[in-house]
Write a protein that binds this ligand. Structure first.
Ligand code: 5RP
Length: 227
């Protein structure tokens, strides 16, 4: 093992993913997000699969990875309660507001997060920012509304770019919004959702994370949502 100071970003993701196992509730279904950090979490989860009932996945890719490890995947509609949801983020603030959806799974992630009692975000330290917006904000859009939504996004100050050759698991498009400085994340989250044709946007502020596990070369730090 390398010394802490020499850890790569992937090693930091693995470190934080292993730490997240402590958040998993035994004999219950765990909510699982998507992305490379979550992939590491799924691989770690396999080591305790006998102690959980199974998982609900926020993407087809995560569901497939869980099944390959022999972890039972439940439909969200068949689950009465979800004590914990574990997911990554593209950006996160001290208030545990996030930008998510770099992998395009934002809508299902937001749905599973809404059901979960506790949202645990797992990130390497590069994701912690003062203000959200440097990472292009993904917006999931119904295909026939693409041009209309693009015009409305420009009115809000964004430079919208259609994600090329991409469809979400729900069959929709993603428009990535560049050039935003998101000073009031809950407000912009609501404003974007009010545009006709927008299915969901990648700001997770109205349902922020409850716990952040942040992997840094000095180890994993835990931050809790204040208030
Ligand atoms: C996917 C997501 C991911 O959580 C986010 O993109 C972070 O991914 P990674 O762990 O690969 O950096 O929101 O829709």
């Amino acid at each position: 093992m390398l010394g802490c100071g020499q850890m790569t970003q992937d090693e930091l993701k693995a470190l934080v993913a292993r730490e997240a196992l402590k958040q998993v509730v035994e004999d219950a279904v765990v909510g699982v997000g998507s992305g490379s950090t979550v992939n590491q979490f799924i691989d770690a989860l396999a080591s305790i699969k006998g102690r959980i009932e199974g998982a609900v996945a926020a993407s087809e890719a995560s569901a497939e990875r869980l099944r390959k490890h022999g972890i039972r995947v439940f439909d969200l509609n068949s689950v009465n309660e979800l004590p914990v949801y574990i997911d990554g983020a593209d950006e996160i603030t001290e208030h545990l507001h996030m930008v998510k959806g770099g992998g395009g799974a934002l809508t299902r992630e937001k749905i599973v997060a809404a059901v979960a009692r506790k949202f645990v975000c797992i990130c390497d330290a590069s994701k912690l920012v003062g203000v959200l917006g440097k990472f292009p904000l993904p917006v999931e859009v119904i295909p026939m509304a693409r041009s209309h939504v693009g015009r409305e996004l420009r009115k809000l100050g964004a430079h919208p770019e259609l994600r090329e050759n991409y469809r979400t698991d729900n069959g929709n498009l993603i428009i990535d919004c560049h050039g935003l400085t998101i000073v009031d994340p809950p407000r912009l989250e609501a404003d974007l959702n009010n545009i006709a044709g927008v299915v969901c946007n990648g700001i997770f502020a109205r349902r922020a994370a409850d716990v952040l596990l942040l992997g840094a070369p000095t180890g994993v730090t835990t931050r809790l949502k204040s208030g």
